[in-house]
Design a binder for this molecule. Structure first.
Ligand code: NAP
Length: 284
C-alpha cells in the first residue's frame, strides 16, 4: 500500500487496542477494493474519547470504529445516532459525512449477517435463546427482535441485567432463569446463542459451558460469539452431537463489513476481510 496526500483515513479507538483485528480486516478490505484508504489503531484513554471523536472533524478522518471502553462515552460527541445505536445507547461505528458525525451500532446487524452467511439462518419467525446480557448480548437481542424473531429468551447470571437486555427485544423478549425447566425448554429453540464471556480465552470460565448440549438436537443452530479460541468447549461438544455450530468470527467480520460500506460507499469484500481476520488470529 502506497500512502499519498490523497489517502483517506479510518481508525479504531479503544484501550487496550493492540489486540484489535480491525486494522487487519479493514486494510485488507481497502486493498481488495483498490481504495486509497488506510486504517490505524489508536490507544485512547477514557478521558480523551471525546477529543478523539472531535479529531474526526478536525483531521477529516472518514470513519472510526469504537471499542471498549468508549462505546458509551462517545455518544455525546455525535450529531446523529442510528436506531440501533439509540436503542443500545452504545456506538461501535462512526461515519463522518462532511463533518456531520453519525454513530451506529453494527454488532447486531453483523450478527444477523454472519448467521445468514454461515447458516442461511433468517431470524424472522424464529424462537431464540440468548445466554448473556452484556454489550454483545444486548446488540444481538435487539437485532433479533427488530428482525422479527417471535420469542427471545434471555438467560443470565445477573437477573437485573437480563431484564434490561430482554426489554430491548420488545414484547417478544423474556427472562428465563437458569433452572431445570430451562433444560427442558432448550430443545424447543431454533437458535441458541452464547453471548457470555464463558469459553473465551483468558475469560472467567474458559472450560465451562453456557448450557448443557445433551438436550440440543441437529435441527437447531448454535452460535458462540466467542472467536478466540475458534472452538470453545461448548462448540466442540455441540459439534460432536452433530449440531450446526458457528463461532463469532462471522459476526466480527460482518460488523466490520457494515462499517466499511458506511464509510466508503462500497460493498465490503467479505472473503478478503474474513481471510485477514483468520490470519490475524493465527498470528497471535
Ligand atoms: P460484557 O459486556 O462484559 O458481558 C459479559 C457477559 O458475560 C455478561 O452477561 C456476564 O454476566 C457474563 N459472564 C461473565 N462471566 C461469567 C461467568 N463466569 N459465568 C456466567 N456468565 C458470565 O462482554 P461482551 O462485550 O458482551 O462480550 C461477551 C462475549 O461476546 C465475549 O466472549 C466476547 O468475546 C464476545 N464478543 C464477540 C463479538 C464478535 O464480534 N464475535 C463482539 C463482542 C463480544 P453478568 O451480567 O452476570 O455479569
Amino acid at each position: 500500500m502506497m500512502l499519498s496526500g490523497r489517502t483517506q483515513l479510518a481508525a479504531v479507538i479503544g484501550q487496550p487496542v493492540r489486540h484489535s483485528l480491525s486494522p487487519e480486516i479493514h486494510n485488507a478490505g481497502f486493498s481488495a477494493r483498490g481504495l486509497d484508504w488506510a486504517f490505524l489503531a489508536f490507544d485512547v484513554p477514557p478521558e480523551s474519547a471525546i477529543a478523539a471523536v472531535d479529531a474526526m472533524r478536525g483531521l477529516g478522518i472518514r470513519g472510526m470504529s469504537v471499542t471498549m471502553p468508549h462505546k458509551f462515552a462517545v455518544v455525546p460527541a455525535l450529531d446523529e445516532l442510528t436506531p440501533a445505536a439509540k436503542a443500545l445507547g452504545a456506538v461501535n461505528c462512526i461515519t463522518n459525512r462532511d463533518g456531520f458525525l453519525v454513530g451506529d451500532n453494527t454488532d447486531g446487524g453483523g450478527f444477523l449477517d454472519g448467521l445468514a452467511h454461515d447458516a442461511g439462518f433468517v431470524a424472522a419467525g424464529q424462537r431464540c435463546v440468548v445466554f448473556g446480557a452484556g454489550g454483545a448480548a444486548r446488540a444481538v437481542i435487539h437485532a433479533l427482535g427488530a428482525a422479527g424473531a417471535v420469542d427471545i429468551a434471555v438467560v443470565n447470571r445477573s437477573a437485573d441485567h437480563a431484564t434490561e437486555a430482554a426489554s430491548l427485544a420488545g414484547p417478544v423478549g423474556r427472562v428465563v432463569p437458569a433452572s431445570a425447566s430451562l433444560a427442558d425448554e432448550l430443545s424447543t429453540f431454533d437458535l441458541v446463542v452464547n453471548a457470555t464471556a464463558v469459553g473465551m480465552a483468558g475469560g472467567p470460565a474458559p472450560e465451562a459451558l453456557p448450557c448443557p448440549v445433551e438436550v440440543l438436537s441437529a435441527d437447531q443452530v448454535l452460535v458462540d460469539l466467542v472467536y478466540e479460541p475458534g472452538e470453545t468447549p461448548w462448540l466442540s461438544a455441540a459439534r460432536k452431537r452433530g449440531i450446526q455450530s458457528y463461532n463469532g468470527l462471522s459476526m466480527l467480520v460482518c460488523q466490520a463489513a457494515r462499517a466499511f460500506t458506511s464509510w466508503t460507499g462500497e460493498s465490503a469484500p467479505i472473503e478478503a476481510m474474513e481471510q485477514a481476520a483468520r490470519a490475524g488470529l493465527a498470528g497471535r
